[in-house]
Ligand binder design. Structure first.
Ligand SMILES: CC(C)(COP(=O)(O)OP(=O)(O)OC[C@H]1O[C@@H](n2cnc3c(N)ncnc32)[C@H](O)[C@@H]1OP(=O)(O)O)[C@@H](O)C(=O)NCCC(=O)NCCS
Length: 157
C-alpha cells in the first residue's frame, strides 16, 4: 500500500478542527450551526459516527453519519480544499457506508446545497441518486438537493 492516511473515529479533542472545517468548507455564507459544541455532541452520541482523516499534523477531512433503525443520514462531509480530488471524500464515505451495512442500514440519505454542483457530482459518482429538491431549505435562501443510496445494492468500486 502507498501509506494512505488512516480513517478513524473522532475524539473530543477533534471537535474544534472539525467545526472549523465545517464552517469554512460547508457552511460558508450561512450561519455557523455545526459549532464545536454541536460536533462534540455528535462525537459523544450513540446514534452517530464522526469519522476523520488526520495527517501531517492537521485534519484533512471528516464525515458525520447519524443512524436510524433502517436508514442513516449523512449529516456533513468535508475535505480541506488543498486535499481534494485525492480520493479522501470517497474513502470517508465508503468507510461510513461499510459501518452502516454492518449495522443493518438499508439506505443513506444526504442533502447538499444546490449551489454546490461539485458535491452533487461527487455523490452521484459514489452511487447516490437525486431524489428531489427542497426549495429554500438553507436559511430560506438556498435550495437543497436530496440524494439517496440503496445499500442493498453493493457497489463494485
Ligand atoms: C465534495 C467533497 C467532500 C469531495 O471530496 P474529495 O476528496 O475531493 O472527493 P474524491 O477525491 O473522493 O472524489 C471522488 C470522485 O467524485 C467526483 N468529484 C469529486 N469532486 C468533484 C467536483 N468538484 N466536481 C466534479 N466531480 C467531483 C469525481 O468523479 C471524483 O473522481 P476523480 O477525482 O477521479 O475525477 C469535497 O469537494 C468538499 O469537501 N467540498 C466542500 C464541502 C462539500 O461540498 N461537502 C459535501 C456537502 S455536505
Amino acid at each position: 500500500m502507498l501509506g494512505l492516511p488512516t480513517i478513524r473515529l473522532a475524539t473530543p479533542d477533534d471537535a474544534q478542527a472539525i467545526a472549523t472545517l465545517s464552517r469554512d468548507a460547508i457552511e460558508h455564507g450561512l450561519r455557523w450551526r455545526y459549532t464545536p459544541a454541536r460536533i462534540l455532541a455528535a462525537i459523544r452520541s450513540r446514534t452517530s459516527n464522526v469519522a476523520l482523516v488526520h495527517a501531517n499534523g492537521g485534519l484533512h477531512g471528516f464525515a458525520i453519519m447519524e443512524y436510524g433503525d433502517t436508514t442513516a443520514h449523512l449529516t456533513l462531509l468535508g475535505v480541506q480544499a488543498t486535499q481534494r480530488r485525492r480520493g479522501l471524500g470517497a474513502r470517508l464515505l465508503t468507510w461510513l457506508e461499510d459501518a452502516a451495512r454492518v449495522a443493518g442500514i438499508e439506505r443513506i440519505d444526504v442533502e447538499c446545497r444546490s449551489d454546490n454542483p461539485g458535491a452533487i457530482a461527487f455523490y452521484r459518482h459514489q452511487g447516490y441518486r437525486v431524489q428531489g429538491v427542497f426549495p429554500h431549505y438553507y436559511e430560506g435562501r438556498i435550495d437543497a438537493v436530496r440524494l439517496a443510496k440503496d445499500l442493498a445494492q453493493r457497489e463494485s468500486n
